[in-house]
Design a protein around this ligand. Structure first.
Ligand SMILES: N[C@@H](CCC(=O)N[C@@H](CS)C(=O)NCC(=O)O)C(=O)O
Length: 109
């Protein structure tokens, strides 16, 4: 199966940085396409028509927006023994990780 991975990215976006870190942890190669959050190009508008925000993860042509949703998707798809888990498997530790991610998101609004 083809495994084309594209990240619509912006260098100083902390939301996009989450995805860069996740992909580095997984050891996954990907193509970066830079999009400007305040000067939105047609690819960003097409791939994220609801929020029109960066990052967008495009896997084999299928777009996924929202950084935390993207990270959970990456964790489920790249789930072999070679790749470390991004979220702990222990339910309490997973809840803690989600709490802090949510805390950061709410502080950033
Ligand atoms: N909840 C989103 C937030 C993404 C976000 O705010 N991205 C900024 C760049 S850091 C953006 O694209 N802003 C453009 C806008 O607000 O129109 C996520 O977690 O991915």
């Amino acid at each position: 199966m083809a495994n084309e991975v594209i990240l619509l990215d912006f260098p100083v976006s902390m939301f996009a940085a989450r995805i860069r870190i996740g992909l580095a942890e997984k050891g996954t190669d990907y193509e970066r396409i830079e999009e400007h959050p305040w000067n939105k190009g047609p690819l960003l508008l097409h791939m994220n028509p609801i929020h029109k925000k960066i990052p967008v993860f495009i896997h084999n042509g299928k777009p996924i927006p929202e950084s935390l949703i993207i990270l959970e998707y990456i964790d489920e798809v790249w789930n072999d023994d070679k790749a470390p888990l991004l979220l702990p498997s222990d339910p309490y530790q997973k809840a803690q990780a989600r709490f802090w991610a949510d805390f950061i998101d709410k502080k950033h609004r």
